[in-house]
Design a protein around this ligand. Structure first.
Ligand code: ATP
Length: 328
């Protein structure tokens, strides 16, 4: 291990995701393991600008592995997008003798980190924490598995009431640019149709499918829609369109919203976050910087921030095929 890094700062930024605490814990504990000091920065980049910094030892992260949200808080910080804001952030870095940073967040967080690194040459390592799973360079982001399980549980409950009243439910899930949650939860919850940003299913095809569904004797149906569905219509507009064209359906809409971000992280997310936290610290201490840790084929890998930001995490086309077959 390199000896140049004596003090690491850790922060969570962007949208919160279950498992971020497990990642913070892993960063703090592995820093302690390698006898490197660790400081927590509160409220993401805003805390760096406002000097919200606290020394953390291994015991400071007791009992957080099971907690949702982020104990370090998160923020969307406009000031960090300006050179002045980043200069203030660097002053905090200097004041606390921080010589390496671990940032936990999404692609916006990594964009900020990359710019900061290029301006002030502070070594930075990124950990992908976002429920959307929309980051290139890792098959899974922290929080995605928990969000999927939350969505499945919610849809199972919605199905109970849908069946009891012979209703058609449109369930909107998170995913402005990515359909990972919608597609996987759709298959997992046995949805009749799934609408995602990556594929233009077309509303006519949806009508045809629902007509077929009704003719085949299904008395209730669930359609899962990602926020950013390609049709350009929101879930209420789609529901209205279907109701107008297929009046025999008793249509309801359910928007799952922010509950998808919360809750105790799944075991998968806790283990993933733990591995990523350890690997991020080890990589920093080994002189790596400007990179994001990721999971690929069960192994920890590194990808340059630039690739992680610009690359697209593609939807698995086979899942679309499976979903189509099973909704017969
Ligand atoms: P999520 O995927 O959950 O939205 P994210 O990390 O992409 O997470 P953002 O709000 O896009 O969330 O970014 C987090 C923070 O990163 C921003 O609030 C801002 O402080 C910083 N950031 C984002 N883009 C830039 C940029 N171009 N320049 C400097 N800082 C940036």
């Amino acid at each position: 291990m390199s000896t140049t890094i004596k003090r690491i700062g850790v922060l969570t930024s962007g949208g919160d995701a279950p498992g971020m605490n497990a990642a913070v814990r892993a960063v703090v504990r592995s820093a302690a393991f390698y006898k490197v000091e660790c400081v927590a920065i509160y409220q993401g980049y805003q805390g760096l600008i406002d000097n919200k910094v606290k020394v953390m030892n291994a015991r400071g992260v007791n009992n957080i592995i099971n907690k949702g949200g982020t104990v370090l808080k998160s923020a969307r910080c406009l000031e960090f997008r300006t050179p002045d804001g980043r200069k203030k952030a660097f002053e905090t870095i200097q004041k606390h003798n921080i010589d390496g940073l671990v940032v936990i967040g999404g692609d916006g967080t990594f964009t900020g980190a990359m710019i900061f690194q290029s301006e002030f040459n502070v070594p930075v390592m990124g950990i992908p924490g976002t429920i959307d799973n929309d980051i290139f360079g890792t098959t899974h982001t922290i929080g995605y598995d928990t969000a999927l399980n939350t969505v499945i549980e919610a849809i199972d409950k919605i199905r109970d009431t849908a069946i009891s009243h012979n209703r058609l439910f449109f369930v909107e899930v998170m995913g402005r640019d990515a359909g990972h949650i919608a597609l996987n939860a759709g298959i997992g919850a046995g949805a009749e149709e799934v609408l995602i940003p990556e594929e233009d299913m077309g509303l006519d095809r949806l009508l045809e499918s629902l007509k077929r569904s009704e003719k085949s004797g299904k008395s209730s149906s669930i359609v899962v829609i990602a926020e950013g569905d390609k049709s350009g219509k929101n879930v209420f507009e789609i529901a209205e369109y279907v109701e107008k064209n297929l009046p025999y359906y008793d249509v309801r809409v359910s928007v799952l919203g922010h509950m998808q971000r919360g809750g105790s992280p799944s075991c998968f997310d806790r283990v993933l976050a733990s591995r990523m936290g350890v690997f991020a610290v080890e990589s920093l201490l080994n002189g790596k910087s400007n990179m994001m840790v990721g999971l690929k084929n069960e192994e920890m890998i590194l990808s340059p921030f630039e690739k992680a930001i610009k690359g697209k995490s593609e939807i698995n086309k086979d899942l679309i095929r499976v979903s189509d077959i099973l909704t017969i």
